[in-house]
Unconditional design. Structure first.
Lengths: 456, 597
């Protein structure tokens, strides 16, 4: 029945405007707008004591208007052109990052902003969508070849160039979001499982080694066994130890493989090379990370590992935001009446820690509203992904949805102290124009996919 | 490529991925939801309390300790502002600050550099003078890292004079803190350690107030949440007379010997004078001066309250008790018992000497009292027996604590047959009785007991429990507490006995051994004492009461002990004269019959 009705409508050749109004995913749009309204109230609440709340609100309003316009624009534009011109899209992203490295104004030691006099603009927020579109476009070209390693390697090169440019800024928090997006697109696009697992292991291994390095830097080295001291020297990467370790690992793996191979175990040479590559890459990434990670980020990481170690500074944030969220109880302390947030115990309460403010002032009811609204957005994302007319739409929707899931999970996890504080915003709620605009663009693209699922 | 056109394999794979993606994307949302339920609902109250602790800070406002007045409302002890200066190493214009501090407080150089070196807060000055404070405040613009605090500190206006009566306050020891914590004491609090300060601690102390302030993350107060005003301690009016106390202390100090003077009002038992010398300045304990350590090592024991804790043989001042006992028990009449004093008394193979080596000749009771003849009282004591002496000693309160409201009182020793058997494991012999007859031997008394004894003679048989405070009043003047006048004992002694004793004691002052206390036109009754002791020169004692007017109970009875002073009549009696002269002079100048009513 439904199908015939829709077909009839198509036959009628409705005007573009009517098409868009009728077929727009209003559920998604209304949900995001609701979130931004809550965001406005909470930004007002968080800046009420600074006396500059009007300034904050007006800046956010401009971004909101731009965001809405762009959302409509991206709904109207057929998303498929990004597939057709994926190379162009990718080059645009790279050029934007190069421009920001040249023209960007340093802020807190990061060259991530371009000052446009009226407002400043963070290109990496747009770049992540452009990258998502171009990566999907590249992988969508021919699904049958997606299992080949060359495609994986080229995709990784695309990611690598972008990541290196971002890390040159350096902006760790902007770089982190690329991993879940890339992984989810790879998974859907049918990249070989081995390679995916390798990528996953690489991320986990690098993270573990980084934690190990941080832990070792915190402990009294003279009390530790000699081999741990030696590993710490390796991870510091200042001498030749790291190369000795790399060679040792390579030879050991090769030797073990050779024994197992002679014992007639069916292990391919590929696996061996992959394993050795992953371990060595992880080792060198950890050494190299020292150049990109700023001292305050290192401190936050320490605070995440043990908040009580440094309760006055970085660990303080972790403890205080957790207290703020918990102290909201069920009904909250009332709007503008949060003690933890209003008295300055929670830092960055209008940006990264805005969820603490909501949870404290509006209680569990407030946090439940946020969770339900995000649940709708994610659910709509999944729906759009599964019902998309073409494979490209599914890939893009998958990437965007995973991005929202990541932001939601990481930001609230950060507020609750179960994840390190690395400056991940909560889209639609946190103060910050670039993020708001890019989130609206993402919703626009999702809507564009939704709009066109019935067009034959 | 459209899904419809894609191959079956790809489509099939994608279907699988979609179903997995549903879970992968929605599991984090559920996880966050569960965490928030735990944090906000189950642990909500815990975090709420933490947040409350975070935002509120208590600033204690110390309650000023109650003031202490004498019986004429002369202020003896109060509080003064105590200004302390702290320095915390602060990077901003450090050199200029340090230079300025050194200009104003050059003596704090060592502490200042210690603070800079160790990056710690140091106290630069414990008690800043007004001038220096103003100087420091006027240079405030050049200083950073300076903190000035004002607290109340105890001030003893008369320094040493009331040291043993009022006592002193000191910092809590750890054990004291543990036992007083439940009463709201802070570890930095001061607590009464001796004298009235110790006994009436709970009245004097007051209750600390507090300001509960809301503070921001930097500790800056933003708003007042709750204000608990401090309750100042109650004021205490003592029974002591500051003027007499001062005279007594000066007179005793002038002898250069240690000693004690206790003056009691025979009409009610109020302590008017309480001097123990050598004494100390209680202000030393407040300023945390290092001098206070010397008090502990001083051979003159300045911390010993000799009035209550010094135990001395009473010597001849004990003789009135023997006389009262003999008369009241009808062993003698004033005329029936006469003794010839040839300067010594022989009992068995022992010789007991009279202080007058050539002897007094024939002595009756009156003259024996007047001239303090030892031989007469040797005989009388022997006639009376130790049991009677013990009975009357106990009646007058010897051997037991008087019950004064001051700490660490000693009971002295009132010897008896039983006491000697228990303590020394030997039987009582007549020689011991003879010794006790002139207040020597085993008997020891405190100056306070002597004063109570004197006052009982003055008021003819009423033993009052001595007390030191007139009343405790709050800030509005309402009386919070007024001690009851306690008659510990009313002695059943015939009126004619009192007359005889008083007559003989008046003659001691008018024409006897106590003539040094004689004041023209004023009738005083007294008894001198010279107590031998194994430590050296004799103690000089004198008990005295007066001025005697017919039909009235005399208003002051005093007991004076001068350790190793020599003759009681020569050393102790002049002190009594000074005190009574001051007392009478004071009465005349005020044109009132009695100052203490």
């Amino acid at each position: 029945m439904e199908l015939t009705e829709i077909k009839l409508r198509v036959v009628k050749e409705e005007s573009l405007f009517r098409k868009i109004v009728y077929r727009t995913n209003w559920k998604l749009i209304v949900t995001t707008v609701c979130l931004t309204i809550l965001g406005f109230i909470m930004i007002y609440s968080s800046t009420i004591n600074t006396g500059k709340s009007l300034m904050f609100l007006s800046k956010q309003s401009i971004a909101w208007i731009i965001g809405i316009i762009l959302m409509i624009l991206f709904s109207i534009i057929n998303y498929q052109i990004f597939q057709t011109y994926y190379m162009f899209t990718y080059i645009t992203a790279v050029v934007m990052l190069i421009i920001v490295l040249i023209l960007g104004t340093p802020f807190r030691g990061t060259r991530a902003w371009i000052d446009l006099k009226l407002f400043s603009f963070q290109p990496s927020e747009i770049v992540k969508i452009l990258f998502l579109l171009s990566l999907s476009g590249y992988l969508d070209k021919d699904w049958t070849t997606n299992e080949k390693i060359t495609k994986f390697l080229i995709s990784m090169l695309m990611l690598g160039i972008i990541l290196i440019l971002i890390l040159l800024e350096p902006d760790i928090s902007a770089a982190v979001v690329y991993f879940p997006v890339t992984l989810s697109i790879f998974y859907l696009a049918g990249i070989k499982k081995n390679l995916l697992i390798s990528l996953f292991i690489y991320i986990i291994l690098t993270g573990t080694l980084f934690i190990l390095k941080t832990l070792l830097s915190l402990s009294n080295l003279s009390l530790l066994p000699k081999w741990l001291n030696w590993i710490y020297l390796c991870l510091l990467g200042k001498g030749k130890e790291i190369f000795i370790l790399a060679v040792t690992v390579t030879i050991t793996f090769a030797f073990i493989w050779w024994i197992l191979y002679n014992l007639k175990f069916n292990i391919l040479l590929n696996h061996l090379i992959l394993g050795i590559l992953i371990i060595n890459l992880s080792l060198f990434s950890v050494v190299a990370s020292a150049k990109f990670i700023k001292p305050y980020q290192q401190k936050r990481f320490i605070a995440f590992i043990n908040p009580n170690l440094d309760p006055t500074d970085a660990g303080y944030q972790v403890i205080q935001t957790r207290i703020a969220i918990g102290s909201g109880k069920i009904l909250g302390k009332g709007l503008f009446k949060g003690t933890q947030t209003q008295l300055g115990f929670v830092p960055e309460k209008h940006t990264d820690f805005i969820f603490s403010l909501i949870a404290e002032e509006l209680g569990f009811i407030g946090s439940l509203i946020v969770i339900i609204l995000y649940f709708f957005i994610i659910l709509e994302g999944i729906n759009i992904m599964t019902t998309s007319r073409d494979t490209y739409g599914s890939l893009v929707a998958c990437g965007i949805t995973s991005m929202f899931v990541f932001y939601f999970f990481f930001n609230i996890g950060m507020c609750l102290g179960i994840l390190p504080v690395i400056g991940i915003p909560l889209p639609f709620l946190s103060y910050g124009g670039s993020n708001l605009v890019s989130s609206f663009i993402s919703v626009g693209i999702l809507n564009s996919i939704h709009l066109r699922k019935f067009t034959y | 490529m459209e899904w419809e056109n894609s191959s079956y394999i790809i489509k099939h794979r994608a279907e699988k991925v979609f179903s997995i993606a549903r879970y992968v994307f929605l599991i984090p949302v559920g996880f966050i939801l569960i965490l928030l339920i735990c944090f906000q609902i189950f642990l909500g109250q815990y975090f709420y309390n933490l947040a409350e602790q975070n935002r509120s800070r208590m600033f204690i406002t110390f309650a000023p300790r109650g003031a202490i007045y004498d019986c004429n409302n002369v202020l003896l002890t109060d509080n003064r502002p105590w200004i302390r200066v702290f320095y915390y190493p602060f990077e901003e214009n450090k050199m200029e600050s340090v230079q300025t501090i050194l200009d104003v407080l050059p003596e704090s150089k060592k502490k200042l550099f210690y603070g800079i070196k160790t990056q710690r807060i140091v106290s630069l000055s414990e008690d800043l003078s007004r001038d220096k404070l103003f100087k420091l405040l006027s240079l405030r613009h050049r200083l950073s890292g300076i903190l000035v605090t004002t607290e109340f500190r105890r001030r003893y206006l008369y320094n040493e004079t009331f040291a043993h009566l009022i006592g002193y306050i000191g910092e809590l020891t750890y054990n004291e803190y543990l036992s007083l914590k439940s009463l709201g004491y802070k570890y930095t609090d001061f607590v009464g350690k001796a004298g009235v300060e110790k006994v009436y601690e709970s009245y004097l102390r007051g209750t600390h107030g507090a300001l509960v302030m809301e503070v921001d993350a930097y500790g800056n107060p933003t708003r007042l949440i709750k204000k608990i005003p401090p309750l100042p301690g109650y004021n205490i009016q003592l029974t002591v007379d500051a003027e007499l106390q001062k005279v007594a202390r000066q007179a005793l100090a002038a002898t250069g010997k240690n000693g004690a003077i206790v003056g009691i009002d025979p009409r009610n038992g109020a302590v008017r004078i309480l001097v123990s010398y050598k004494d100390f300045d209680p202000n030393m304990f407040i300023s945390l001066s290092s001098d206070r350590k010397t008090f502990l090592t001083d051979k003159n024991l300045p911390l010993l309250n000799r009035c209550l804790q010094g135990m001395y043989p009473p010597g001849s001042v004990f003789k009135p008790l023997i006389a009262i006992a003999a008369l009241n028990e009808n062993y003698i009449t004033p005329t029936s018992f006469n003794v010839y004093c040839k300067g010594e008394f022989v009992l068995g193979n022992k010789i007991f000497k009279c202080w007058e080596k050539k002897g007094h000749g024939y002595m009756n009771l009156h003259n024996a009292m007047r001239l303090s003849c030892d031989v007469y009282f040797y005989n009388l004591a022997l006639k009376l027996g130790i049991d009677n002496i013990e009975k009357y000693s106990k009646m007058f309160g010897f051997g037991t604590k008087t019950g004064i409201d001051l700490p660490y009182e000693q009971p002295g020793v009132c010897p008896s047959k039983k006491w000697k058997l228990e303590k020394l494991k030997t039987a009582w012999v007549d020689g011991d009785t003879v010794n006790v007859g002139i207040g020597q031997g085993y008997i020891t008394v405190t100056p306070l007991q002597l004063a109570v004894f004197t006052s009982a003679i003055a008021n003819r048989g009423i033993i009052y429990q001595p007390y030191t405070i007139e009343k405790i009043i709050d800030l509005k003047g309402n009386v919070i507490y007024k001690p009851d006048i306690v008659k510990k004992n009313v002695l059943k002694i015939r009126e004619d006995v009192w007359n005889i004793i008083e007559e003989s004691m008046i003659s001691v002052v008018n024409s006897g051994t106590g003539y040094a206390a004689h004041i023209p036109n004023i009738t005083l009754a007294g008894k001198t004492g010279t107590a031998q002791n194994p430590h050296g020169t004799d103690h000089a004692l004198f008990i005295c009461y007066g001025p005697i007017k017919k039909g009235e109970i005399p208003p002051l009875a005093i007991a004076i002990v001068v350790e190793h002073g020599g003759k009681g009549g020569a050393v102790a009696a002049p002190i009594a004269k000074k005190i009574f002269s001051a007392f009478i002079g004071k009465n005349n100048s005020r044109d009132t019959a009695s100052v203490w009513n």
